[in-house]
Design a protein. Structure first.
Length: 159
């Protein structure tokens, strides 16, 4: 949870109004509040407000690093695997990247999307008010790198 001092710090660093700063911090808390400490949360909010344009030109950058993430349902009747690539091994080892992978794997298991467009357009299991694409883009902003979901697969027992 953020404080008014966090909002003031984001405002001072980003130049945006109080409402925009508060909304950015709320969005971060709604996404995955366990990931970020106070300093990371403020930094993420500043990047969210001012840095969205920074990762767009990176779309052509090579994504040769990354990880494969898996999720197995507690009944062991269903599982999903996702390969997510990024530019550097540093980003691949980061907490936001790892949480993204775990959450996308869980999303694939829960929603059984047929293709990437379907996956990106489904409501996020973290917050039904936002899509997976919005969550995915917010992690790109935090890391400042091109990130690509290369492939995903979902299995159910007996299929």
């Amino acid at each position: 949870m953020f404080t008014i001092d966090d909002v003031k710090e984001v405002r001072a660093r980003s130049g945006h109004g109080l409402a925009a700063c508060k909304n950015a911090l709320e969005e971060i808390d709604n996404n995955d509040p366990r990931v970020l400490d106070k300093d990371e949360r403020v930094e993420f909010a500043v990047k969210l407000l001012t840095g969205k344009a920074n990762y767009k030109p990176r779309a052509g950058k090579e994504t040769s690093q990354g990880c494969i993430f898996s999720y197995t349902h507690h009944t062991s009747q269903m599982a999903a695997m996702v390969e997510i690539n990024c530019e550097t091994d540093f980003a691949a080892k980061s907490i936001p990247f790892r949480n993204l992978g775990e959450n996308i794997a869980m999303q694939v298991a829960a929603m059984d999307p047929t293709d990437m467009e379907t996956l990106f357009n489904t409501p996020s299991i973290l917050d039904s008010k936002m899509t997976v694409k919005h969550y995915f883009d917010s992690v790109q902003v935090v890391l400042g790198e091109n990130i690509v979901i290369r492939r995903f697969l979902r299995w159910s027992l007996g299929e």
